[in-house]
Design a protein around this ligand. Structure first.
Ligand code: ZN
Length: 214
């Protein structure tokens, strides 16, 4: 539990970030803020500043565009992330990847645990690692616990692509990047992704690049 004087710098940093209109700057891999982990949110920003910060995360995620954004990605080491995925993909891709629309959500102090042992492997990318994608085998279903932006308890099951998104964003809050869990032989530039690996599953990529799928 931090004293009020300990809390001032974080709130001040967020105020400074929000002084500029428009999307926030997304920090890239190599910035230690992505590796240090985060402090649990327990009111450090106050309700009004928290609401403005969440709106800035939403605007930044949309502008990128991305389907999730964690506070450390804008340089703020707090355990907060936002997710939203309209899932604008062809039907066969949606079916293969379980990519169903995910409405806008705020994850405060999220933590996940696997449900069952099934894993799903697909290419994913990260706004903090621009220009690259890699295959990550993740839990197909997770139980996510935490709070919403109003402090209400969250305890929900996520499957399909939304399960991937909440794992990716929660990992950010623990100082992890998707590359830490990725099959590195699958690493592909945006250009090679567009040229070669647009199929709904990474099966062909696994055969041609030489890696295993779960
Ligand atoms: Zn990311």
């Amino acid at each position: 539990m931090a004293s009020p004087s300990d809390r001032a710098p974080l709130a001040e940093r967020v105020e400074q970030l929000l002084a500029v209109d428009g999307p926030l700057t997304i920090v890239a891999a190599g910035d230690p803020v992505l590796r240090r982990g985060t402090e649990p949110y327990d009111g450090q920003l106050g309700p009004e500043l928290l609401a403005r910060f969440i709106e800035a995360l939403r605007v930044t995620m949309h502008a990128a565009p991305g389907v999730g954004l964690a506070a450390p990605q804008v340089g703020v080491p707090l355990r907060i992330a936002v997710i939203e995925d309209p899932a604008p993909v062809p039907e066969e891709v949606a079916v293969a990847r379980g990519r169903v629309p995910q409405p806008f959500r705020v994850l405060v102090n999220p933590a996940y645990e696997p449900v069952g042992t099934t894993r799903a492997a697909f290419f994913e990318g990260c706004l903090s690692v621009p220009g690259w994608q890699a295959v990550v085998a993740r839990h197909a279903e997770v139980r996510l616990r935490g709070q919403d932006e109003h402090g209400g308890a969250v305890d929900e099951l996520f499957t399909g692509w939304p399960a991937r998104i909440v794992q990716h964003e929660t990992d950010h809050l623990d100082g992890m990047l998707y590359l830490d869990r990725a099959e590195l032989r699958s690493l592909s530039s945006t250009e090679e992704m567009a040229r070669r690996w647009t199929e709904p599953t990474p099966k062909a990529a696994a055969e041609e690049l030489g890696f295993e799928l779960p």
